[in-house]
Design a protein around this ligand. Structure first.
Ligand SMILES: Nc1ncnc2c1ncn2[C@@H]1O[C@H](COP(=O)(O)OP(=O)(O)OP(=O)(O)O)[C@@H](O)[C@H]1O
Ligand SMILES: [Mg+2]
Length: 459
């Protein structure tokens, strides 16, 4: 190829506008370069429409003037030979355009009026497909297109294809950027919404916890009030009864109608009344004492290192004769050499509490005539030491199983139960030992309460 053509090609291929996809600048550069290299005054870019039945002029430069007229269109119908030649996707080098089989159809309508004698059409390809042509038109005397010139024009058409690819890429990038921005904005909006929802939820949760706490406190107060009110009421009635008796005897004394028998009756009634008042007040005081114990802090917490396999029998064995009288067999199952560092007072309290619960609640009327048993098991597990107290009694119905740990829940109020036993146990284990309590029970099969004492020492 001639040096001059190579230089032009080099210049165009180095243009940043080609690779930036600046199509309109690139088009002008390419067409002006074609005109310069081929020494022609008229050239244009024509692209197929979607159906390839039309080619539409995208840019036409004539004697340096940019005609830029998209209304110029050629249709397959009007110029079938020309389109047939295009379909081969090869360059059309028509030295004599008036007679060339691909271009003769333009003679009257186009070539003659514009004094065009020779035409050179080179294909523009994009992604391997022909999308149009660069059309080079020579005016004046016919010329013969040289091989170098054809290659030169074809190379410029390839550069146009490169610009189209770059434009496509730039469009995709812009779309992607926009999509990213929209996405980011969406994420931001959603995050904000979520944050608001979360904070609303937190407030609602706090309110709920607060109202649960208030409800629990209310229940507790109602429970204490109910429990303590009964013995206080009895004490109050007894005392006021005694006061009435005192007034009556005073009256009799002053009116000198007090008989010996009357005085004896008075002392008898008063003694009974005061006794009832005293026992009721004791009961009330005991209840308050019990209630204070529900707070785990009230229990003495002296920590010692000791062997459970020695300590547990010391607590349990003395209970055996009493239980045997009620036809309950107490068995122990303790792993030997089970050393622990904890508060023995708590262990004793747990055991007596649970065994007395089995004795009081598990057996009695309506239970089969089988051997009643309570088994105390103590063993090492991965997370600490597990203490199980298990009976084969009547069990606890499913719907009550959660309630038994609540303060004042008892099914034995008439027998003097306060419903504080398991609540105290639960508080001691979870707060003092930092352990866990679980219950498994099946009606008519029995109940097992498991206490897990973690490996670390009590706080
Ligand atoms: N081993 C068991 N078998 C069947 N029911 C049980 C057993 N242990 C506890 N319960 C049920 O759980 C309830 C609550 O027990 P908890 O020890 O808290 O109170 P209580 O024994 O009724 O009264 P107290 O405060 O005197 O201990 C009992 O009233 C009983 O209904
Ligand atoms: Mg109890």
């Amino acid at each position: 190829m001639k040096d001059a053509l190579e230089l032009i090609l080099l210049r165009v291929s180095q243009s940043a506008d080609i690779d930036k996809g600046e199509l309109s600048i690139a088009s002008r550069l390419i067409i002006n370069s074609v005109c310069e290299g081929l020494a022609i005054t008229r050239a244009g870019i024509w692209l197929y429409d979607e159906t390839q039945s039309l080619i539409i002029c995208k840019l036409l430069i004539d004697k340096g003037n940019d005609l830029d007229d998209e209304s110029l269109k050629l249709s397959r119908k009007d110029f079938p030979h020309y389109f047939e030649a295009l379909d081969t996707e090869r360059s059309i080098a028509a030295d004599d355009a008036h007679t060339h089989p691909a271009t003769f159809e333009f003679t009257d309508v186009y070539l003659r009026p514009l004094s065009i004698s020779s035409m050179l059409d080179v294909p523009i390809r994009h992604r391997g497909k022909m999308i149009g042509i660069i059309c080079c038109e020579h005016q004046g005397a016919p010329r013969q297109w040289l091989g170098d010139e054809i290659v030169f024009a074809a190379s410029l058409a390839d550069l146009y294809g490169r610009a189209v690819s770059a434009k496509e890429r730039a469009d995709y990038e812009a779309q992607l950027l926009k999509a990213n921005q929209t996405l980011e904005q969406n994420v931001q909006e959603r995050t904000q919404e979520l944050e608001i929802t979360l904070s609303t939820l937190k407030t609602a949760q706090e309110k709920l916890v607060e109202s649960e706490k208030m409800a629990a406190l209310g229940n507790l107060v109602a429970g204490i009030a109910h429990e303590v009110n009964t013995p206080l009421g009895i004490a109050l009635t007894s005392v006021s009864n005694c006061q009435e008796e005192l007034k009556a005897i005073n009256r009799d004394f002053e009116s000198q109608s007090l008989t010996e028998q009357g005085f004896k009756d008075f002392t008898h009634v008063c003694a009974e009344g005061l006794h009832l008042a005293e026992s009721s007040l004791s009961r009330a005081a005991q209840l308050i004492q019990d209630f204070k114990r529900t707070s785990a802090d009230q229990t003495t917490m002296e920590v010692e290192e000791f062997d459970l396999d020695e300590y547990i029998p010391r607590i349990c064995n003395p209970l055996k004769p009493m239980l045997r009288k009620e036809n309950i067999e107490l068995t122990l199952d303790i792993t030997p050499h089970l050393r622990i560092e904890t508060c023995p007072g708590i262990i004793a309290q747990l055991l007596t509490n649970l065994i007395s619960n089995s004795q009081r609640h598990a057996f009695g009327d309506g239970v089969d005539n089988k051997q009643n048993t309570v088994n105390v098991e103590c063993k090492r597990v991965e997370t600490g030491i597990q203490l199980n107290v298990k009976d084969n009694g009547r069990g606890i119905p499913k719907d009550l199983q959660r309630k038994v740990f609540e303060p004042f829940f008892t099914t034995a109020r008439e027998q003097g139960g306060t419903g504080l036993g398991l609540n105290i146990l639960y508080n001691l284990v979870t707060q003092k030992l930092r352990g866990d309590v679980s219950l498994s029970s099946e009606v008519n099969k029995g109940t097992c309460i498991s206490v897990l004492i973690p490996n670390y020492c009590v706080s």
